[in-house]
Design a binder for this molecule. Structure first.
Ligand SMILES: *[C@@H]1O[C@H](CO)[C@@H](O)[C@H](O)[C@H]1NC(C)=O
Ligand SMILES: *[C@@H]1O[C@H](CO)[C@@H](O)[C@H](O)[C@H]1NC(C)=O
Ligand SMILES: *[C@@H]1O[C@H](CO)[C@@H](O)[C@H](O)[C@H]1NC(C)=O
Ligand SMILES: *[C@@H]1O[C@H](CO)[C@@H](O)[C@H](O)[C@H]1NC(C)=O
Ligand SMILES: *[C@@H]1O[C@H](CO)[C@@H](O)[C@H](O)[C@H]1NC(C)=O
Ligand SMILES: *[C@@H]1O[C@H](CO)[C@@H](O)[C@H](O)[C@H]1NC(C)=O
Length: 349
């Protein structure tokens, strides 16, 4: 489907319905049968939002932002928990709920399949895009800058942000649970979903008509500490860096194999603070200490304008001085002719 008229574009940019009921796309990396995901879906639907899940057919943790589309039209093995049999199409819906889709790809691929196929084809009233993507809650925390290339939950999220969709990643500590095993509200999956829902609801409730949930290029990372009860822990405004972990390759001489471990003491590199408020506590410290961390991130990875960046560019300054401005101008002219998709319209690329 192609939206090309100005009026349709304007409609797509008018994001929030007056009732505060919005269009929410859910995704994750644990699979479309995850109890955490299904409980968050339930809470959001109970609030009257339009909610669609497009999530991996099977467990896809650790894929980061990798966008891997299956090369098979049909599933070569059953989808998660045998919900869908082998041989069924690689993209389809849950037998009990046609708004819950599985796709046999990575989390970022699911975000793209949702934005470019499922929503424009089957949800025309969504006018091309959701108002918000939420990924998770993940089984396991996603803390610190290192997880941005590692976590499928974050991968699904920054894929959406890059496509101009406000997005929130949520991660918890509970064990995997088949959604069909959830029979009451007294379990860690429901509690984790409730905390994620509380944050999402706050963002929605404090967004006015015709406003976007987040500015362009912004995303949110929420980490939910271990919960023993159906109670909401304190929320703390955090930053990505500060006591964040990064991996080492740990060699096991008896097996001859490597596994990952966190480096101790923590690495300075992953904890350098260049952007944002350096006085905020790090999300790792806060979530491991028992509070809910809420970090805001942007996907502008460019180094800030400061003396360090001047130093860096100064080292290669001679290269810039010798630049051929004629060819640069020619290339720049070509680029400025391209269309920048400001909003959430479906592209016709
Ligand atoms: C669909 O619903 C039926 C009846 O509640 C249930 O027995 C079955 O397990 C459900 N199937 C899936 C895949 O959730
Ligand atoms: C995939 O499954 C459909 C039925 O769901 C079947 O019609 C089609 O032939 C299958 N394609 C392949 C390549 O196996
Ligand atoms: C679901 O419940 C069944 C039966 O109690 C159990 O065997 C299974 O391990 C559970 N699986 C998950 C992922 O919750
Ligand atoms: C609720 O379900 C969990 C499993 O998800 C079980 O361990 C617990 O005993 C149940 N509690 C009640 C009150 O039924
Ligand atoms: C190395 O691998 C062996 C065999 O799996 C295991 O028993 C042992 O605990 C491992 N050692 C370390 C330090 O992880
Ligand atoms: C600069 O690039 C243009 C186009 O590639 C070329 O025609 C021109 O000769 C170059 N000038 C110099 C000084 O290298």
């Amino acid at each position: 489907m192609r939206f090309q008229t100005a009026s349709v574009l304007a409609a797509a940019l008018s994001l929030v319905a007056s009732s505060n009921a919005i269009k929410i796309l859910l995704n994750n990396d644990d699979g479309f049968g995850s109890g955490n995901l299904r409980e968050l879906y339930r809470f959001l639907k109970e609030d009257g939002h339009d909610v669609v899940i497009v999530a991996p057919a099977v467990q896809q943790s650790g894929q980061g932002g990798r966008s891997d589309f299956t090369t098979y039209a049909n599933l070569t093995s059953p989808a998660q928990y045998g919900i869908i049999p082998a041989g069924a199409p690689s993209l389809g819906t849950d037998p009990n709920d046609s708004n819950i889709w599985y796709y046999n790809g990575t989390p970022a691929a699911c975000t793209f399949v949702a934005l470019d196929f499922v929503l424009p084809r089957y949800y025309e009233n969504w006018e091309g895009a959701p108002d918000l993507l939420v990924a998770g809650p993940n089984y396991g925390l996603n803390l610190g800058p290192f997880v941005y290339s590692l976590s499928g939950t974050l991968g699904a999220t920054y894929a959406a942000v890059a496509r101009s969709i406000p997005a929130i990643a949520a991660s918890a500590t509970n064990d995997a649970i088949d959604y069909r095993n959830i029979t009451n509200a007294t379990n860690p999956a429901t509690w984790a979903a409730k905390v994620a829902y509380t944050v999402v609801k706050e963002f929605i409730d404090n967004t006015g008509e015709d406003q976007t949930i987040l500015p362009l290029g912004y995303g949110i990372n929420v980490n939910i500490p271990e919960l023993d009860l159906d109670e909401i822990p304190p929320f703390v405004k955090t930053r990505l860096t500060g006591e964040a972990d990064v991996d080492i390759a740990a060699y096991n001489a008896s097996t001859g194999l490597f596994t990952w471990q966190n480096i101790i003491p923590k690495s300075a590199g992953v904890n350098a603070c260049y952007n944002g408020d350096c006085s905020l506590p790090g999300e790792t410290y806060v979530a491991e200490g028992g509070s809910v961390s809420i970090s805001a991130f942007t996907i502008d990875y460019t180094a800030p304008s400061n003396a360090y960046t001047d130093l860096v560019f100064g080292k290669v300054g001679a290269l810039f001085d010798s630049g051929n401005s004629t060819s640069y101008k020619a290339k720049r002219a070509l680029k400025s002719g391209r269309r920048l998709l400001q909003g959430r319209e479906v592209s016709d690329l």
